[in-house]
Design a protein around this ligand. Structure first.
Ligand SMILES: [Fe+2]
Length: 179
């Protein structure tokens, strides 16, 4: 049994507060993509989906005259750094294993390179999966941050990911026992 489910992470008031800034629909969609990519690249789906769900919790709102100012955002944004720290604190608080919390936090830190000096970063597979999942849901002009989703639907989709992870862990255990 996993110490912490995606539902526990998702339902936490801290997650809800910050995900409302960057978009719950985007976070849930990225977690779903992360599950698919994790299975494809043989990465732990538990880590990948948690990192994906929380990847944008570090966002600050860059409004000028009631509108999101992309130039201001691009120049000053550190959401990956802030998100990594916030996610780590939250995960430890809800009882996540320390090693998992670190892996998830580093994947969040590296999910975008927009704030880093230019050059090639060699991402590790978990980090790559989270970055790919984010890209898969990206829309022009940051529109993915404005997609709407009903709260009940969001929770149901998160629970569905939890069930898939539990089933794949169960299948793994059965295979090991049969060997
Ligand atoms: Fe994102």
């Amino acid at each position: 049994m996993r110490p912490v489910t995606l539902e526990t992470v998702f339902s936490h008031p801290v997650t809800q507060k910050y995900l409302r800034r960057s978009g719950i629909a985007h976070a849930v969609a990225v977690a779903e993509y992360a599950y698919i990519f994790a299975k494809r690249y043989d990465i732990d789906p538990d880590l990948a989906t948690k990192a994906a769900l929380l990847h944008d919790v570090g966002h600050y709102t860059w409004y000028r005259d009631g509108k999101w100012d992309f130039d201001l955002y691009k120049e000053n944004d550190i959401h990956a750094i802030k998100g990594a720290e916030r996610a780590h604190k939250l995960l430890i608080r809800v009882g996540e294993n320390r090693h998992a919390a670190k892996e998830i936090a580093v994947a969040i830190l590296l999910h975008t390179d927009s704030y880093l000096p230019s050059g090639e970063l060699e991402l590790r597979p978990l980090q790559k999966v989270v970055a790919l999942a984010d890209e898969a849901d990206e829309e022009k002009d940051g529109n993915h941050h404005y997609k709407q989703i009903d709260d009940t639907v969001a929770l149901e989709r998160v629970r569905a990911i939890d069930r898939l992870i539990d089933q794949s862990e169960e299948a793994l255990r059965t295979n090991v026992n049969m060997m």
